[in-house]
Design a protein around this ligand. Structure first.
Ligand SMILES: [Fe+2]
Length: 212
């Protein structure tokens, strides 16, 4: 069921004034995400992944990248929060179907995250391609309609595709190379990425043009 929650596109001070101190969620794993702005998103991440884990380093790296992009292009905190949280579906607390975008979006929805945040997490980095390969494309679309702001989705995907598994900045060529090194040619993830590669490269190229 869809929840009615405040939008992260609103300025933080406006949201806090409108909704009081406790905006989102219940205590989870020692972390109480009072709101899922960038600071709350980082705090939540720290409770979901082991210190030093690549998933944590990558997520932090994508979040930092999004901070730069949001600053350069005048984008809202929503982009940064989604970047920090985009891979929470890999966390043990969230993993269920194996489609990390779906698992992450469901997990965040259970926390009370707003629809504009869960839709970005659900659809980042051509999620529908891997969803189709896993038989979850209809489920994904039914539970999480595509983001109303496709620009934010492209920017999130750009940040993901230019950040390494360890959190460093990489070119899109390096990113694809490392993904294909990690997953053998017949692997579902590898096949899905091959299928989505032209689309993802177009997104990265377009954002790079905007960033100059
Ligand atoms: Fe990622």
């Amino acid at each position: 069921m869809q929840t009615s929650t405040p939008s992260l596109t609103a300025a933080f001070t406006t949201r806090r004034a409108a909704h009081g101190r406790a905006l989102y969620g219940e205590p989870m794993h020692g972390t109480t995400p009072r709101e899922l702005g960038p600071a709350g998103a980082q705090a939540l991440l720290g409770g979901l992944f082991e210190p030093g884990a690549d998933r944590l380093a990558h997520s932090v790296g994508v979040g930092r990248r999004a901070e730069q992009v949001a600053g350069a292009l005048g984008q809202p905190d929503l982009l940064v929060s989604a970047a920090y949280l985009h891979d929470v579906g890999y966390a043990a607390a969230a993993c269920d179907t194996g489609l990390h975008q779906l698992d992450g979006a469901r997990y965040l929805r259970r926390l009370g995250a707003p629809d504009d945040l869960t839709s970005l997490v659900a659809h980042h980095t051509a999620a529908v391609v891997e969803a189709a390969a896993r038989g979850f494309d209809t489920t994904l679309r039914d539970e999480f309609p595509a983001p109303s702001d496709s620009e934010l989705l492209d920017l999130l995907t750009y940040c993901d595709m230019t950040t390494s598994a360890q959190g460093g900045t990489v070119t899109v060529d390096e990113r694809f190379g490392r993904i294909y090194d990690r997953y053998p040619p017949g692997h579902l993830v590898s096949r899905s990425m091959r299928h989505a590669e032209p689309y993802l490269r177009r997104i990265v190229s377009a954002v790079e043009d905007r960033l100059g």
